[in-house]
Design a protein around this ligand. Structure first.
Ligand SMILES: NC(=O)c1ccc[n+]([C@@H]2O[C@H](COP(=O)([O-])OP(=O)(O)OC[C@H]3O[C@@H](n4cnc5c(N)ncnc54)[C@H](O)[C@@H]3O)[C@@H](O)[C@H]2O)c1
Length: 308
């Protein structure tokens, strides 16, 4: 059993990671400023600290918790906001991460797990699915910030011996993803379609993305507690799925009668990205286990039950 501090543990993915850790008997503390997360998403067996990762007060929490492992998921996740407000994005995603790294080292944590992005870090690679061997060339500030943090993480291992596993997430979807947010196309489509509104498909529905169910991503975070020292791992399915296919699958599940509205892609968004999962398979023994159909059905069921 490890003592694990999870930043962003009140958010969509972080709350599933916390549930998985607690289910396996780990002792979990959550730090979150609730800017996009929700207090009631936090597992009742976790200790909760409402705190901004940029705050000087973070250090006292780390000293109190004394985590063995730090899993850093807290972030500004909106790609378009990162393009419109690059300083804000860098403040949360770079300066905040640096503060978390400093606290991790100073309180004697042994390992750092980081939620990076496989969707926004690579830019527009010529060959897909893209592997970790490709040199990232992000085309949005959010991706550049995540890449920058990866460099700090290598540095902290070099300088202070802090072990790490960097997980580059694909397009994660599932229960608790905000249907009213700016990120998370599956939940946004479900939210609108349940209200009987025709959703807008940007890029005319053609952009390809790698959709992986949140339970699979939480399992990778569990495996990363014990495995993957010094590794950067894509958590991809290796398959690109168009937004149009997501819409059509949901249309069947929901028996939705309307056609979508088709528009051009917005600044900072890539046309197509899907990523490998081979290295994660050999290092963590991980691969996605939930099909898109099953995952979307589970997500619809959850959003319906939540009444939103
Ligand atoms: N959802 C995806 O498909 C996806 C893809 C790639 C990477 N990621 C990464 O996974 C992580 C979790 O994303 P998510 O989709 O669950 O988003 P989310 O917005 O639901 O979760 C982020 C959490 O961080 C908290 N937070 C934000 N700023 C904070 C701050 N300054 N201090 C403390 N807490 C703060 C929010 O309140 C929220 O609970 C992020 O690091 C994101 O970049 C997500």
């Amino acid at each position: 059993m490890s003592k694990i501090l999870v930043t962003g543990g009140a958010g969509f993915i972080g709350s599933h990671v916390v549930d998985t850790y607690i289910g396996e008997g780990h002792d979990v503390a959550v730090v979150d400023n609730l800017s996009s997360g929700f207090r009631n998403f936090v597992n009742s067996n976790a200790t909760f600290y409402e705190m901004d990762v940029r705050s000087e007060g973070l250090r006292a929490i780390f000293d109190e918790v004394k985590p063995d492992v730090v899993n850093h998921l807290a972030a500004q996740i909106d790609v378009r906001r990162s393009v419109e407000e690059p300083s804000f994005d860098a403040d949360v995603n770079i300066r905040g991460s640096l503060n978390v790294l400093e606290c991790a080292v100073k309180c004697g944590a042994k390992k750092f797990i980081f939620a990076s992005t496989g969707g926004a870090i690579y830019g527009e690679p010529p060959d897909l699915p893209v592997s970790e061997a490709y040199w990232p060339k992000p085309i949005c500030h959010y991706g550049a910030a995540k890449y920058s943090v990866e460099h700090y993480i290598y540095l902290y291992r070099h300088l202070y011996g802090l072990e790490f596993t960097i997980l580059r997430y694909p397009n994660v979807y599932g229960p608790r993803q905000n249907p009213h947010g700016e990120a998370g196309v599956c939940s946004i489509l479900i939210g609108l379609m349940l209200e009987g509104k025709a959703p807008t498909l940007f890029g005319f529905g053609e952009p390809l993305r790698d959709y992986v169910y949140v339970g699979d991503i939480a399992r990778a975070n569990l495996l990363a507690v014990e495995h993957g020292s010094g590794e950067t791992l894509n958590l991809g399915s290796g398959v690109g799925t168009s937004v149009r296919t997501i819409f059509d699958t949901l249309r069947e599940i929901l028996e939705f009668p309307h056609e979508p509205i088709l528009k051009e892609l917005r600044p900072g968004e890539v046309r197509q990205i899907y990523i490998t999962g081979d290295r994660a398979r050999s290092v963590l023994g991980w691969q996605p286990s939930i099909s898109l159909q099953e995952g979307l059905e589970k997500t619809v069921g959850h959003i319906r039950a939540a009444g939103s």
